[in-house]
Design a protein around this ligand. Structure first.
Ligand code: ACO
Length: 430
């Protein structure tokens, strides 16, 4: 039975009543805000395993049941019926748009796709082998230099232009990073194309020939962007909120989110999955790698398996798995050894006692990399694709946070375990 309050009694017998907040869905939340003031203690929860950092209306996850809702709407319904631009509107503004709202939003995104030419010149400064996530983070951060004057975090009137610019320009920046790596000339955006078609055009068109947009590729990317669009208080979103809570320029806050996403425990997992499959090489080697993943003295983990929140299945993985088959079939790549290897690994791991006991299931990134690879997107660009989809989630959270009247700068406390106070020792005495 859920309670309205918890009472915590300290060793000195003094009691503090901790109110309980009830969300519309999900477990109740104990408000510990006055604990330090009244009891002189902090709580300790590294990795925020049982700690809510904010209130949010945007996304709900039930990890035990494998439920993911954007503004209340199940991800399966959005994947089936919607498109990325409509989902972006839903996440940002809270409701599905009507036709004029959707058209206006879509037009605005399509007409902010170009980069300032100065920004393009940044790419000349990167080495040809610079990781695209490093370039993405750096160039998005530099947008704060271009748009600082027009951005007042305290003026909600400036929030839409920031939102539309960042959504529109991220694919252009990503494509520029790809072209640098590929040694090809930068391709300017085409505003007559939709979001994912334009991305494919900027990625794959070359001046020497006409580029035909592959409709299945555009559809697959659109689906991937929907699935990646938001995931409540994950590492990168929490980073954006934390950086933004100081009132920092939001382009810089998004750049911080990109940096957080890059790590292999988060968005970098899609790249890591492909590299792991390459390393495994052959289905006969799978038992050896599964054994390594189970060995506590070995740091190797099965990339694309496990999730902090989903302990049953990742609903995004179920949707994407189907798309994975469709893409491979329609692009004539049914005999992809990589996909066969992935399926064999999935099967073996799902039957393994260790993975069952620890509730380790394939997550969304187990499959996304295989799709990207089938579309011809280089492995080092996989996490960049994730970032393009996730940007709308970051922006939605930044907007929610910055307009919350109860906003306070994020400032966790710590359990100090260093030396107690001691005196400075002069160099000649050390
Ligand atoms: N392979 C082998 N063992 C694993 C794996 C894995 N992929 N994931 C977790 N475990 C084990 C851990 O060793 C630990 O075992 P123990 O209890 O005996 O110590 C137990 O399962 C719990 O793992 P934690 O690391 O404590 O779980 P946490 O919630 O902190 O981490 C994470 C979740 C980071 C996703 C983890 O499962 C992982 O590293 N997975 C591989 C990377 C990956 O796929 N990341 C993508 C996440 S989805 C996304 O960001 C879109």
């Amino acid at each position: 039975m859920s309670k309205d309050a918890y009472t915590l009694t300290g060793p000195d017998g003094k009691s503090t009543t901790l109110p309980v907040h009830k969300g519309t869905l999900g477990p109740d939340v104990i408000d510990i805000g006055k604990l330090y003031k009244e009891q002189g203690v902090f709580t300790f929860d590294p990795g925020y395993v049982a700690t809510g950092s904010c209130k949010s209306d945007i996304t709900f996850i039930d990890g035990d049941e494998g439920v993911l809702l954007y503004r209340g709407i199940p991800i399966e319904q959005l994947a089936q019926n919607s498109n990325f631009i409509e989902v972006a509107y839903l996440l940002l503004y809270g409701e599905l748009p009507n036709k004029p709202q959707l058209d206006a939003f879509d037009t605005s995104i399509r007409t902010h796709t170009m980069l300032n030419e100065g920004m393009l010149r940044f790419f000349n400064g990167f080495r040809y082998d610079a990781h695209p996530m490093a370039m993405l983070s750096a160039v998005v951060g530099s947008m704060s230099a271009y748009y600082h004057d027009t951005m007042d975090v305290n003026d909600p009137g400036t929030h839409d232009i920031f939102t539309h610019r960042i959504l529109a320009k991220l694919p252009t920046i990503a494509a520029a990073a790809h072209k640098l790596t590929a040694g090809q000339p930068f391709v300017y955006p085409r505003n007559d194309l939709n979001y994912t078609e334009n991305l494919l055009h900027m990625f794959f068109a070359v001046p020497a020939e006409t580029y035909q947009i592959n409709k299945i590729a555009a559809q697959a990317l659109d689906l991937l962007f929907i699935l990646h669009a938001d995931h409540e208080q994950n590492c990168s979103t929490s980073t954006v909120r934390m950086a933004g809570s100081s009132g920092a320029n939001p382009y810089s806050a998004i750049a911080a989110g990109i940096a957080a996403l890059w790590g292999p425990a988060h968005g970098g997992a899609n790249e890591a999955v492909l590299r792991m499959l390459e390393e495994i090489g052959d289905a006969r080697n799978i038992p050896k790698f599964v054994a390594r993943a189970k060995d506590k003295s070995d740091s190797f983990r099965l990339m694309g398996f496990g999730h902090r929140v989903y302990k049953n299945f990742d609903p995004r993985a179920t949707i994407i798995r189907e798309m994975c088959h469709k893409v491979l079939a329609q692009m004539g790549r049914t005999d992809t050894p990589m996909f066969d290897l992935a399926l064999a690994l999935e099967e073996i791991a799902l039957k393994d006692e260790y993975f069952i006991e620890k509730n380790l299931y394939p997550n969304v990134d187990f499959y996304s990399g295989i799709i990207y690879k089938a579309l011809g997107i280089p492995t080092s660009m996989f996490t960049v694709m994730f970032a393009i989809g996730r940007t709308v989630g970051w922006v939605a959270h930044w907007r929610e946070m910055i307009t919350d009247p109860a906003l306070r700068i994020s400032r966790p406390r710590q359990l100090y375990t260093g030396p107690v106070q001691r005196n400075y020792v002069h160099l000649n005495k050390r």
